[in-house]
Design a protein around this ligand. Structure first.
Ligand SMILES: [Zn+2]
Length: 400
């Protein structure tokens, strides 16, 4: 990891930046007109980033090939080629994009990463840029991260009314551990923050430990882990707990040490919300056991486990047939699917007994557990996504 991560430069105005690079005049006027006269690489770099924002792409890939540079966007989970550029443009284009992300343009043999926030059409958009050296030149990968104002409300992340009510009940607990499973990009990061946004901040000490801090959460103290700077995740959790928060969010628990810290705080007076990189709720319980945590303590502390995955939402304009609005992909925007394992007395008993996943779920079903596949099936029924999309993200449905 390069030491540019962690750093959080202010937003760049893409136009101003491109002008700066060219030493162009600062005259008023249409910014696009301004870039028409810029050298091709500068103009193309600007277009690539702008179009990605306009098309709501979550990733941009620039891939050097034998004869060209392929530009691809991932929109709604699907990667597609948007243009092919002459090989001769590769070096200058790569340099422009690396400058925007504050990377060292002279370093081409080692991977680098940086963060870039741009202003486009009066809105702010942020990306993480990762470079990867290849024999044909560096591959550039931009991953869109949340905009400051896009931390959604809990009511906006596709929970069924029933699941939302059950989840909110968990948030009312004075202490305990609530785990959020699923891939980091599959909604987990956003939903963890949405949950923090849902908590009353006025009369509570709310703290997050994140790497990196994403979006805006008024009233919440946010700690940014900076491993390269010697402030690691464990130290951050420790420092946060010393401030006796009523609620603490930990972006991701990666090992036993952090899991134990979270568990200790949860058994004390803190409501701990934490991310875990496993696909399902039952797998999260299993992971805690695999980490070597005491099953009795886990059963005492754990209030519930959520799992989230992100699917493509079917384009309403064409009902998945493919149209101009969805760039022929049939999908537009993201749809989240969830499952919520509530740890009631019976489930806690199963956890203490170290029951396997299917035994755990069988018990949870008695209290109304709805699996990811079942939540997704209801959303397919409602026309919000397709069977195929569900299989792509969640895999085939297991027969019980
Ligand atoms: Zn469409």
């Amino acid at each position: 990891m390069s030491d540019t991560t962690g750093m959080n430069p202010g937003p760049h105005d893409l136009d101003a930046l491109m002008k700066d690079l060219e030493g162009a005049d600062d005259g008023p006027g249409d910014p696009f007109a301004e870039s028409e006269v810029a050298p091709p690489a500068v103009r193309v770099a600007t277009e690539i980033v702008r179009n990605a924002i306009d098309e709501n792409a979550e990733e941009i890939h620039l891939e050097p090939g034998e004869h060209d540079v392929r530009v691809r966007y991932r929109t709604g989970g699907v990667l597609r080629t948007v243009r092919s550029l002459p090989k001769s443009m590769r070096a200058s284009l790569t340099a422009r994009l690396k400058i925007i992300a504050n990377l060292d343009i002279a370093e081409r043999r080692r991977p680098q990463n940086g963060r870039v926030t741009v202003l486009h059409k009066n809105a702010q958009a942020s990306f993480v840029l990762e470079t990867l050296p290849t024999p044909l030149g560096e591959k550039l990968f931009f991953r869109r991260i949340e905009d400051p104002w896009t931390i959604p409300a809990l009511g906006e992340v596709d929970f069924s009314a029933e699941m939302l009510a059950r989840y909110r009940t968990l948030l009312e607990a004075p202490n305990g551990l609530i785990l959020h499973a699923g891939p980091s990009q599959g909604g987990r990061d956003r939903i963890l923050r949405a949950a923090m946004r849902d908590l009353p901040a006025q009369d509570r000490n709310l703290i997050t430990v994140e790497e990196p801090v994403l979006g805006q959460l008024p009233g919440v103290t946010r700690t940014e882990v900076c491993t390269a700077g010697g402030f690691g995740l464990s130290a951050a959790i420790h420092a946060a707990i010393r401030q006796r928060p009523e609620a603490l969010m930990i972006g991701e628990i990666r090992d036993r040490e952090k899991a134990e810290q979270a568990l200790d705080a949860a058994l004390g007076g803190t409501l701990v919300l934490a991310g875990l990189n496993v696909p399902t709720a039952a797998a999260a319980v299993q992971r805690l056991r695999d980490m070597g945590l005491d099953s009795y303590l886990v059963a005492d502390a754990l209030r519930g486990v959520c799992a989230h995955h992100a699917l493509r939402r079917t384009c309403r304009a064409c009902e998945a047939r493919g149209c101009a609005k969805c760039h022929g992909t049939g999908g537009r925007g993201t749809l989240y699917v969830h499952e919520l394992l509530t740890v009631d007395r019976a489930v806690a008993e199963r956890i203490r007994a170290e029951a396997n996943e299917s035994a755990l779920l069988a018990t949870a079903r008695e209290a109304g557990f709805v699996s990811l596949h079942e939540d997704a099936a209801a959303k397919v029924q409602a026309g919000e996504t397709s069977e195929r999309e569900v299989r792509r993200v969640l895999g085939p449905r297991e027969t019980p």
